[in-house]
Design a protein around this ligand. Structure first.
Ligand code: GLC
Ligand code: CA
Length: 535
């Protein structure tokens, strides 16, 4: 029997290099720092690492503003360091996924600099979205940047360029074949260097339609696209159907071409996962049709309430929608763009949800620090660097809280992360959350993750679909138990604030918190906890 490709049900560990481990004392994590901690990464039981961007960049948006996609930024090291990281990862049987950012370049990229010089009507400007001002001097349309403020910036000769994100991130014009040619070169560059896959940033954004048409409610649309702005879900969903720059059909042609490129590396099993925030949810499945990409992120768990009906719906929908295109879902509780799960839903709930999710079919993504149960870092406004904060004059706090460097060892901040001053401050309260202190505590979140990932590999990877159990009362909001069986494992999550009985059979093999007692032949699951039973 041919074995499943490596990525099919992999556990993938997301590393934000600037916040992982600093090897040279300048206060910022770097590639040699990652390499030096690969034994730790391996010990978690993950299959692969995904590295957020480490390319040459002025770092206006945490490196998602790329000035040279085929080189390493000096703050992170150099190409030799990247090669060494890949080699050391492979030596430990860890795959490496690079982040590719095709929606925009940095304004410091040589193409954009050339476009500024070459002037209106030039072929250099055709690689971006340059347009003249309206007659009254206003920008070509009224779209609002996803980071706040207008999505157009005017250059010296009066033309405007489009940027869905920061003004330092000009959007590329994917109608221009030179753009795809350059990205294929970049993909090959990294594959030839040894990477095993790509996370595709803003994968749904490359094709724009109606660039010269105003949107009827740009502010509403901008709020709808922001997960940190509360909004009635029907209003939000209706607005999301009107976005003119996301999820256009043309993006799929790009990924069909890329898939051919990946598959041309016979025997390498190169994979790609799309960051595609699209609506309605069924649209996400188009990115993982057989001739397109391999995975698409499911972001629902980044915002889902800790509620049995909500979670049942998210899990059920994701599994069944993906099944229509023969794909498996992905699960992520945290990433560098959202509040950390322990802060969002609470520490015990975060552990319970992680253990619940690790039993499910598909790939699980773990954001570095999640395994420690890290909350968001507490920051002063003067610490913040996220362009969202800067572009909204501080109205939106931004994503820096999730990006605070990891605490490794010792009793005082910065806990071994760096011998210098970390780029974001690490609170002294993280003293009991260091890798070192959690390794010493068998009840720590770190041990839970390690044990869970080992059991997942032993009993669940490749075990097929799930069957919801009757004890799962997912019909109404606020029911306490959610449970499924898969292969030889039964997974029971108690979402309520008191212990609950359930009639799962089998032997307890792991619990996310507290102890499971037996009473009258039933199992008693502690409050806010998940348990696995082996038949
Ligand atoms: C993606 C990244 C985010 C970045 C944005 C613009 O959403 O995850 O961090 O700011 O793209 O590149
Ligand atoms: Ca460094």
């Amino acid at each position: 029997m041919k074995s499943a490709p490596w990525w099919k049900e992999a556990t993938i560990y997301q590393i934000y290099p600037r916040s992982f481990f600093d090897s040279n004392g300048d206060g910022e994590g770097d590639l040699p720092g990652v390499t030096s901690q690969l034994d730790y990464v391996k010990s978690l039981g993950v299959d692969a690492i995904w590295l957020s961007p480490f390319y040459t960049s002025p770092n206006k948006d945490g490196g998602y503003d790329v000035a040279n996609p085929r080189d390493v930024d000096p703050r992170f090291g150099n190409l030799e360091d990247a090669k060494e990281l890949i080699a050391q990862a492979h030596k430990r049987n860890l795959r490496v996924i690079a982040d590719i950012v095709p929606n925009h370049f940095s304004d410091q990229h040589e193409w954009f600099q050339a476009a500024l010089k070459a002037g209106r009507g030039s072929k250099e400007r055709e690689r971006f979205h340059f347009y003249d001002a309206n007659e009254d001097g206003t920008p070509p349309n009224n779209w609002i940047s996803l980071f706040g403020g207008p999505s157009w910036t005017q250059v010296a000769d009066g033309q405007f360029y489009l940027h869905l994100f920061d003004s330092s991130q000009p959007d590329l014009n994917w109608e221009n074949p030179e753009v795809n040619a350059d990205f294929e070169k970049t993909l090959r560059f990294w594959i030839d260097l040894g990477v095993d896959g790509f996370r595709i940033d803003v994968a749904h954004g490359l094709i724009k339609e109606d660039v010269l048409t105003n949107h009827s409610d740009p502010q509403g649309l901008s709020n709808a696209l922001r997960l940190d702005v509360a909004m009635d879900s029907e209003v939000r969903n209706a607005l999301l159907l009107t976005v003119p720059y996301f999820d256009r059909q043309g993006v799929h042609e790009i990924y069909r071409k890329w898939r051919k490129l990946f598959d041309s590396y016979v025997g390498r099993e190169i994979m790609a996962v799309a960051e595609a925030w699209v609506h309605p949810p069924v649209n996400a499945t188009r990115y993982v049709r057989a001739d397109e990409l391999h995975q698409v992120f499911n972001f629902d768990l980044l915002t889902a309430e800790f509620d049995s009906k909500v979670l049942f719906d998210v899990v059920e929908r994701s599994i069944s929608l993906n099944a229509t295109v023969n794909a498996l879902p992905t699960w992520a509780l945290s990433n560098h763009d959202s509040p950390r799960v322990a802060s969002r839903i609470g520490e015990e709930q975060a552990r319970a949800l992680a253990l619940f999710v690790f039993g499910l079919p598909g790939s699980a993504y773990v954001f570095a620090g999640q395994e420690l149960g890290l909350p968001d870092g507490q920051l002063q406004d003067s610490d913040r660097q996220d362009p969202t904060f800067l572009r909204t004059n501080g109205q939106i706090k931004g994503r820096d809280g999730a990006r605070v460097p990891l605490p490794w060892s010792g009793n005082t901040t910065p806990f071994g992360f760096s011998t210098g001053k970390p780029w974001l401050p690490i609170s002294q309260c993280w003293r009991d959350l260091t890798v070192e202190s959690e390794l010493a505590d068998p009840k720590s979140s770190l041990h839970l993750y390690r044990n869970a990932l080992e059991l997942r590999k032993e009993f669940l990877v490749g075990a097929g679909g799930i069957a919801w159990l009757e004890s799962s009362q997912h019909g109404a909001k606020n029911d306490s138990l959610l449970s499924y069986s898969r292969g030889s494992i039964t997974v029971v999550m108690n979402l309520s604030d008191s212990a609950k009985e359930c009639d799962a059979s089998g032997k307890l093999i792991i619990v996310s918190g507290g102890t499971v007692d037996a009473r009258d032949g039933k199992k008693v699951i502690p409050a806010r906890s998940t348990a696995w039973f082996l038949a």
